[in-house]
Design a protein around this ligand. Structure first.
Ligand SMILES: [Zn+2]
Ligand SMILES: [Zn+2]
Ligand SMILES: [Zn+2]
Length: 780
């Protein structure tokens, strides 16, 4: 352009796709536009946010770059499409109302932790929200857990009952304000209030219910605290009597408790923290992070009660994520609080005030609740770091319903209903998979009812009407029955996917891949194509199909589900199978030996299984570690904890037959021998872990020599075991394999729905024939 010449205005249409609605994106664009010599408008649009902006080219370029660089913290931009449009005569820059479009692709943000601005207000004595436990803004606060319908606005949230005061209303209407269209916005004048209750539900009047609650906890009492997604049970984690009493009242539940601490430095009193772990603890998601405990706690610190997480080298830690938690923790300084799900054993977490007295009243001495209802029950997310990378354990509060990208698109929208034990469903459209929060064991009526309700809610929120449903091959899973009934009623296309194929596809999708790999899938159990319960599987496949090329040798699972609850049964079954006399081993009574023997002989209620999870159970019971489990995977977890700090000294023998069946009878014989010789259980546990690593390495090497496949995907709940996940990865990598692990969704059944969607997408794309699940390989 020559000097003195007027720049020619241009007009550009910019379509921003991704997580850009309900996160303050439009006000952000509005504020940004005021800093440039431009005019135009911004509005929500199908698939994202649409901006039309006019000005000289240089201003437009700088404006567009700033949109990307300075996007609001909760937003996530997946794609930007830009094109030239005709110049118009608008003055100024405005936010236009949305066009009412039924195909609106609204992406609801997860419930994320309080932002820095709100934190500053919370502790600013001059601010009108000073000390208010329910403040929030467009950059933070509850979302998923308060939604009752779509589209997302205040009328369809549990904030509908609270009429905004004039001051809140003014902020809500002001495009320049951080609370512009912050649907859950509230203040002490107009918003929710705390209420203290006795365990029987009688209101306890107090000017400062939170202070009374805190005092009760510090006196050694147990409290129920209503948080974002449900009620937690709370007590002083230093107080052995209080923690012991909580364990006693929760009876059958042996799960480790998580603790909440005020800040990351407090966690460092008891745990070693890597930079990645610090980052995760402080992230907006605020998950429970499983941290390595220090071998020796600092001499100046108060020890944690042993009953918080007995015999466990890890500690689940989380930081305050709501203003209520922040206010509770602030005066406590370095005092850690137990923060565990408010429920009995496997039941879903309590989230309604109507239920709290009946369901956890007997467990607590005091209840702190409030009048903002929780619409969607949502437990804390749990994660851990292995080899510097995240390995999700449970994907829930703070993460759901953030979408995951599929490696290739679905041609039609699909609902994947997932598995049974760690309920989680996924809705897929195009390349996007929206995974639900964690729904727990769907065998529980309350959990299944939540599943049905939440499927409907997600379909409404994301405007996805599925044309197909994909489910596990297991006919008795509650979600499978749901899928079949619904497909029948609505005429939807139905896909059954074999459990371990879904695990393999989940790991591939998690890594954005669809290539043929060796899938090592180790879990509790899943129904195989031959109706045996698989769980120690080596597959070759991609999202479209698979071949089972190796597996653990079958053995009878004595008593089906009973065997899961009672690891001693697996110990007896494996010992008898290996030709060892189980009587006289630490946890076995002679009568029990006879029960298992009879079942194995008749095969009655004793299906064949190749499960690695159950092999872990057997070893845990053989060494006297766990006789009866109060939750699925307890014995295997205890075995991992016991082995964690032991130096590796060799492994046990096993046999890999010509047809690639892995025979662990020599392993069991050697373990029984070690137990009888009085070898320390921790050494046996460690050697057993090394044995599993050797098995994986031997089978993968054999498969590579026969197929030249050099990439391995690791999936299944057994790979939540950090020791195993690390060792298998290290060994295979050293042997020259490319190894893929989970990083966005858990390797357990909580990630199954993503794999089911990926398989459905592959079948729709007909990358493989739809009969891809036909049996093959050495499977007889
Ligand atoms: Zn905020
Ligand atoms: Zn107000
Ligand atoms: Zn599984």
């Amino acid at each position: 352009m020559a000097r003195g010449e007027q720049p020619v205005p241009e007009r550009r249409e910019i379509l921003v796709k991704g997580l850009v609605q309900s996160v303050g994106f439009r006000p952000f664009v509005h504020r940004l536009a005021s800093r440039f010599p431009v005019s135009g408008f911004v509005r929500n649009h199908a698939g994202g946010v649409l901006i039309e902006v006019q000005g000289d080219r240089d201003a437009l370029d700088r404006f567009a770059a700033s949109v990307l660089e300075q996007a609001p913290p909760l937003s996530r931009i997946d794609a930007v499409q830009s094109r030239m449009v005709a110049v118009q005569s608008d003055s100024g820059f405005t936010i236009r109302p949305s066009e009412d479009d039924d195909s609106l692709d609204v992406l609801i943000s997860p419930d994320v932790a309080m932002c820095e601005d709100c934190l500053a207000e919370l502790f600013d004595a001059q601010d009108r929200r000073h000390g208010y436990p329910f403040l929030n803004c467009t950059n933070c606060g509850p979302r998923l857990t308060i939604i009752q319908g779509a589209p997302y606005d205040r009328e369809r949230t549990t904030m509908a009952a609270f009429t905004m005061c004039a001051a809140c209303e003014a902020e809500y209407r002001d495009p320049r304000h951080r609370r512009f269209h912050a649907e859950p916005t509230a203040c002490p004048t107009c918003g929710p209030q705390l209420q203290l209750l006795s365990p029987g539900g009688e209101p306890v009047e107090s000017a400062d219910p939170l202070a009374l609650f805190r005092q009760a906890i510090l006196r050694g009492e147990i409290g129920a605290l209503k948080g974002i997604g449900g009620f937690h049970l709370v007590c002083d984690a230093r107080n052995s009597a209080a923690v012991g009493e909580l364990r006693r009242r929760k009876r059958r539940d042996a799960r480790p408790f998580a603790i909440m601490v005020r800040e990351v430095q407090t966690a460092a009193i008891w745990c070693d923290l890597s930079p990645r772990e610090r980052e995760l603890l402080q992230s907006q998601r605020r998950p429970i992070v499983l941290l390595r405990r220090r071998r020796e706690e600092s001499p100046h610190s108060t020890p944690l009660a042993a009953a918080v997480a007995p015999d466990n080298p890890y500690l689940g830690v989380l930081l305050p994520y709501s203003p209520l938690h922040q206010l509770l923790m602030e005066p406590l300084r370095d005092v850690p609080l137990v923060m565990t799900s408010g429920n009995h054993s496997d039941e879903p977490i309590v989230h309604r005030d109507e239920d709290v007295v009946a369901r956890v009243g007997a467990l607590v001495d005091v209840i702190l609740t409030h009048d903002r209802p929780i619409a969607v029950r949502c437990e804390d997310s749990v994660t851990r770091v292995v080899d510097g990378r995240e390995l999700p354990v449970r994907r829930s509060r703070g993460v759901a319903p953030e979408p995951v990208r599929l490696p290739f698109p679905l041609s039609e929208p699909v609902l994947a209903v997932g598995g049974q034990l760690k309920g989680c469903f996924a809705l897929g459209r195009g390349s996007r998979a929206v995974l639900s929060h964690h729904l727990g064991d769907l065998d529980h009526l309350a959990a299944f009812q939540a599943f049905e309700h939440d499927v409907g809610l997600y379909e409404q929120m994301f405007h996805i009407r599925p044309r197909g449903i994909v489910h596990d091959r297991h006919p008795d899973y509650a979600p499978t029955r749901y899928a079949r009934q619904r497909a029948e009623a609505e005429g939807l296309e139905l896909h059954a996917v074999q459990h371990h194929h879904a695990h393999l596809a989940s790991c591939l999708a998690d890594n954005g891949l669809n290539e043929t790999v060796i899938g090592v899938v180790f879990d509790g159990t899943g129904l195989g194509l031959d109706d045996a319960l698989w769980g120690g599987e080596f597959l070759i496949g991609d999202c479209g199909g698979f071949e089972r090329v190796a597996h653990l040798r079958y053995l009878r699972l004595p008593g089906g589900d009973q065997a899961i609850r009672h690891p001693w049964r697996m110990a007896v079954a494996h010992a008898l199978d290996a030709g060892c006399e189980p009587t006289g081993l630490p946890l076995v009574a002679p009568t029990e030996r006879r029960i298992v023997e009879r079942m194995a002989a008749t095969g009655l209620n004793a299906p064949n299984t190749s499960s690695v999870g159950r092999l872990f159970d057997a070893v845990a019971a053989l060494i006297g570690l766990c006789r009866t489990a109060s939750y699925e995977g307890q014995a295997a977890a205890q075995l991992e904890w016991l082995a964690t700090d032991v130096v590796a000294t060799g492994s046990y023998p096993f046999e890999l037959s010509q047809d690639r069946t892995v025979d662990t009878r020599p392993t069991i014989q050697a373990i029984v021998q070690d137990v009888r010789r009085g070898v320390e259980p921790a050494r046996v546990a460690r050697r057993f872990h090394s044995t599993v690593v050797e098995i994986v390495a031997a089978v993968c090497t054999r498969i590579r020599s026969e197929t030249e496949l050099g990439a391995v995907a690791l999936s299944g709940g057994v790979f939540l075991n950090a020791l195993l996940a690390h060792e298998v990865y290290a060994r295979l990598t050293a042997d020259g394999f490319q190894v893929y692990r989970h990083r966005q969704v858990p390797p357990s059944d909580g990630g199954l729905c993503l794999g089911q969607l990926a398989v459905a997408a592959a079948r729709q794309a007909a990358l493989r024939p739809t009969s891809a699940d036909s049996p093959a390989g050495n499977d007889r």
